[in-house]
Each structure stands twice: as structure tokens, then as C-alpha cells.
Ligand binder design. Structure first.
Ligand SMILES: Cc1cc2nc3c(=O)[nH]c(=O)nc-3n(C[C@H](O)[C@H](O)[C@H](O)COP(=O)(O)O)c2cc1C
Length: 369
């Protein structure tokens, strides 16, 4: 038995029957500052609230008497087979909530055949995670201030068998997560972004006293179109851009040669006042056309949310915070159980809305207001 599975013998409380239950239980078990850091959105959390409210507002229009003899939840996305159109979103520093961190998450995802996107800021090595993880594993890349550092991460991900790159562009500076700040959250010394160890550092930028650390410091290192063109020239892996909310960006990224996009507001953790991902999805889908791969995250908590996202134009959804809550409560077992709950809810939503396959889930499944 691997280190991961050995330690994943935490049991699942009997009253956990939904993703929301994992959140409820995890928030009582985790250290207060840590749970505030994870649950928090940015500033007054209007965007965080909208991520849930906007899903709630959408109503499903069901059909009866559909033929389910060839029912199927599977698809292939950018060459990666998926049993369900559900993957784990990249989530940093998972050792915050469990000693095996991303190793346990990867083992849990593999147990239920769920794809996983591994964060640049993982607290376990991307090679070790690949050993534990599902076959459908993608690497989330944060551009580093030095291109040779970015390239080193890319080459490691390629060698470790990651099948796609998910480049996150919506967080060149950290959002001000006031809830975590008020609770005094600080990253513990033993939880580090180990994959950044030993990478070449960019020369220290010298700022004038009147310069802004944000606008002239961090933003001077933020990726530009030229960086995306460079990255595309350096790899054969499909490059998916995460953090798209504007149809104009979606169009531009498609024209550059990116393989897909993730419609995301980072779980409400970047800029308060952004729209929910689900509310902009139809416009983004209309801009890029039928066949361009579009994923969505931010607020997925129920199988019906998955169905709604697919109906409005997503090919697949990603789940963020619930993986940390499940990991905190029951390690790899918890992650597998949380994903199984979501998969089963999605199957139930397909059955009761009359959609035997993913291609049957169209905007006709949504009741127009
Ligand atoms: C604690 C935490 C850490 C995150 N770390 C990353 C990260 O390293 N890279 C990234 O692209 N997104 C990161 N995200 C954003 C998630 O990938 C995803 O967009 C978001 O959590 C989806 O919203 P949800 O939590 O409502 O499902 C993080 C989110 C949380 C809550």
C-alpha cells in the first residue's frame, strides 16, 4: 500500500451526503485562519456569492420518455478521455489541510477515474503527484518572472506525462482576501510550493520611490500576448487558458492558437465585482463557436450545476474548494467520495431531465426567463 492510501484511512462521517456537507464538516475541523483562507472570496465577496446564486437562478426544463439504452456520460477533451465531464481544478498548497496533500487528492481522483489539474503551487512534487494520479492529468502553469524558469516547469510537466497545460492568466497579482487577512492567515513554514525550488530567479526589479509595487512591480512581470505566442512555440501540448470572462479575450486566445479556455473567476478570489462564470458562459460560447473546447469553474457544487453549465455551452467543469474540504475530512477516500457524489448527482440530473448523453444536454434543457 502506498504512503497515501495507508494514511487515507480517515472515515467519512455518515451525515456527509453532498459537497456542501464536506464544506460544513471541514470548516469545523480546520484551524480557523486556514478555513477562512480557503473559503474566502475577495473583498466583500459579491462575486463569490454570485457564483452560487447565479446557478440557483437557472431552472431546468425536463423531457419525458427519452430513450436511455445508449446512455453515456463520457467524452474526450483535448485528447484526454473523461468518464464524466468533471475534473479537479488546480488548487495550491494542499498540505495545508492534509499531510499527504496533492498525493492524496491525486489518489482519490484516480480511484474514481476523474481528471486532475495540478497547480504550479502544489506542495508535493509534480512527478510524485503524477505517480499517484489519474491518467488524465493536466499541469496548471503560472508564468514565472524568468522565461527559463517557466520553461523548466513546462519540460518537467511534459516528462512526467501531463497531457495539457492550463495557463492561469487572471491572477497576476493576488486579490485582497479580507476574510483570510482578518483571521491572520499565514502559510505555515512546512507548506511550500516545492516545484519552484531551485528555479532560476529573475533579476530583482528596482522600483523608484514613486512607483507602485502592484502596477510597476508585479504587473511588469505579468504575462503578455508575446509570452503566450512564445509558450505555444515551445510545446506540443494543448495550451488552455484559465480565467477567461470576456468573449473578446476568448476570441483573441482562439486566434492565437490556444487549444481551449476555462471560463473562471478563480472562485471569486481575484477581483470583486466580476460576473459569475456561468452568467458569461453563453456569450463566450457564442464568440468561439460550437467546437472550441470551453471549460468552466467557480461555484460548481451539485450535479445539476454540471448539467446547467453543459447546457449553456461548457464541455466540462472543474471543482475547486470541495476537493480541499473532502481532503481535510477524509484524505484520498474523501476526495474519491466527494467526486463520486458529484458524478452520481450528475447522472441523476441527466436521468430526470431526459438527457441520455452529453450531446443531448443543450440550451433547450434550460427554461428561458
Ligand atoms: C485555496 C485555493 C487555492 C487555489 N489555487 C489555485 C492555483 O494554484 N492555480 C489556479 O489556477 N487556481 C487556483 N485556485 C482557483 C481554482 O482553480 C478554481 O478556479 C476555483 O476554486 C473554482 O471555484 P470553486 O472553489 O467555487 O469551485 C485556487 C482556489 C482556492 C480556493
Amino acid at each position: 500500500m502506498s504512503k497515501t492510501t495507508e494514511r487515507a484511512t480517515l472515515s467519512i462521517p455518515r451525515d456527509i451526503v453532498s459537497l456542501g456537507d464536506y464544506e460544513r464538516v471541514a470548516l469545523t475541523r480546520l484551524d480557523h485562519a486556514c478555513s477562512e483562507h480557503i473559503a474566502a472570496g475577495v473583498a466583500d465577496e459579491h462575486t463569490l456569492a454570485r457564483n452560487v446564486e447565479d446557478f440557483e437562478r437557472i431552472r431546468i426544463q425536463p423531457r419525458l420518455l427519452r430513450n436511455f439504452s445508449n446512455a453515456d456520460t463520457g467524452c474526450t477533451l483535448l485528447g484526454s478521455p473523461l468518464r464524466y465531464p468533471i475534473m479537479l481544478a488546480p488548487v495550491a498548497y494542499q498540505k495545508l489541510v492534509h499531510p499527504d496533500g496533492e498525493l492524496a487528492t491525486a489518489a482519490g481522483a484516480a480511484a474514481v477515474d476523474c481528471g486532475m489539474v495540478v497547480s504550479t503551487l502544489a506542495s508535493e512534487s509534480l512527478e510524485d503527484i503524477a505517480q499517484q494520479g489519474p491518467d488524465t492529468r493536466w499541469f496548471q502553469l503560472y508564468f514565472q518572472p524568468d522565461r527559463s524558469a517557466t520553461l523548466a516547469l513546462l519540460r518537467r510537466a511534459e516528462r512526467a506525462g501531463y497531457k495539457a497545460l492550463v495557463v492561469t492568466l487572471d491572477a497576476p497579482v493576488s486579490g485582497l482576501r479580507n476574510r483570510g487577512q482578518r483571521a491572520g492567515f499565514e502559510m505555515p513554514d512546512d507548506v511550500r510550493a516545492v516545484n519552484l525550488d531551485g528555479l532560476p530567479k529573475a533579476p530583482q526589479r528596482v522600483l523608484e520611490p514613486t512607483d507602485s509595487v502592484i502596477l510597476h512591480g508585479f504587473m511588469a512581470d505579468a504575462p503578455t500576448t508575446a509570452d503566450i505566442i512564445w509558450l505555444l512555440s515551445e510545446t506540443q501540448l494543448p495550451v488552455i487558458i484559465k480565467g477567461v470572462l470576456n468573449p473578446l479575450d476568448a476570441l483573441e486566445l482562439k486566434a492565437l492558437g490556444c487549444a481551449g479556455i476555462v471560463v473562471s473567476n478563480h472562485g471569486g478570489r481575484t477581483l470583486d465585482g466580476l460576473p459569475s462564470s456561468i452568467s458569461v458562459l453563453p456569450a463566450v460560447r457564442a464568440a468561439v463557436g460550437e467546437s472550441f473546447p470551453v471549460l468552466l469553474d467557480s461555484g460548481i457544487r451539485r450535479g445539476t450545476d454540471v448539467l446547467k453549465a453543459l447546457a449553456l455551452g461548457a464541455d466540462c467543469v472543474l471543482v475547486g474548494r470541495p476537493q480541499l474540504y473532502a481532503l481535510a475530512v477524509a484524505g484520498a477516500l474523501g476526495v474519491a467520495h466527494m467526486l463520486r457524489l458529484l458524478q452520481t448527482e450528475f447522472e441523476t440530473a441527466m436521468a430526470l431531465s431526459g438527457c441520455p448523453t452529453l450531446s443531448a444536454i443543450t440550451k433547450d434543457c434550460i427554461l428561458a426567463d
